[in-house]
Design a protein around this ligand. Structure first.
Ligand SMILES: *Cc1c(COP(=O)(O)O)cnc(C)c1O
Length: 230
């Protein structure tokens, strides 16, 4: 299969999962996770209609940002504070999915302020309480949101999670449900700068379950590109 065929296959699965959940497939954004992939594959996905790419490392994002001047970019990996300045300078850096500490939020706010912009972010939540994963603990999310709600150069657009890798994606349904529930709770706070519009959850192995549980952004790497060339 080439990348166009893979994309078509994923799109039909997105549609089917959305329909099972009574949702509009157009409400689900596909972010193509291009880490460690060859440029030609990104090019053929752009031709096939992909508009949004995600990278987990700032350096790689910076390189590709220049190479694909029409694409929108998403930072999806753990972010170090000393790299925030690069993202703040990128106009087409649409969303930082991986905000997981107060110090990081503060830094993004400061750098966005210097660039005279507002950066859209998601708060990464460790819904599975996995000690190997980054993210705010579910029990601390509400306090965290209250603390960062006053930062005027960031806008919280929703929540993101990375769930454990398991064979049977059904096992992940409770985690996706948990993120959705947290999002509903957060919305009720009606905090300034916090709008729970997006739920970034679901990867190659589990995006269909994530869509059934309310994902608005899915981050797909391997099943779109084929295996990565590590
Ligand atoms: C690599 C990565 C993905 C994509 O994973 P696949 O299993 O290749 O679809 C999604 N989200 C994050 C945060 C990643 O690092």
């Amino acid at each position: 299969m080439n990348s166009k065929e893979r994309l078509a296959k994923i799109q039909s699965k997105i549609k089917a999962a959305a329909e099972r959940a009574g949702r509009n497939p157009d409400d689900i954004k596909l972010v193509a996770v291009s880490k460690n992939q060859e440029l030609e594959k990104l090019e053929s996905l752009v031709e096939a209609g992909i508009t949004d790419f995600g990278e987990s490392r700032v350096q790689e994002l910076r390189d590709r940002y220049e190479q694909f001047p029409d694409a929108n970019w998403h930072m999806i990996g753990h972010l170090q504070r000393n790299k925030v300045k690069y993202l703040a300078r990128m106009e087409r850096c649409q969303l930082i999915h991986s905000v997981d500490s107060h110090r990081l939020a503060k830094k993004i706010n400061k750098r966005a302020g210097l660039e005279d912009r507002v950066m859209n972010i998601l708060v990464q939540v460790n819904v599975a309480d996995d000690e190997n994963k980054y993210g705010i603990a579910a029990t601390e999310l509400i306090d965290y949101l209250k603390k960062i709600a006053n930062f005027s150069n960031i806008k919280v657009k929703g929540l993101m999670t990375i769930v454990p890798h398991v064979e049977d994606s059904e096992e992940l349904r409770p985690y996706f449900k948990r993120l959705k529930k947290l999002s509903n709770q957060a919305e009720k706070l009606e905090l300034s700068n916090v709008q729970m519009e997006e739920l970034s959850m679901g990867m190659s192995n589990d995006f269909e379950v994530a869509i059934e549980e309310g994902a608005t952004i899915i981050r797909i790497g391997r099943s779109l590109f084929g295996s990565r060339g590590y």
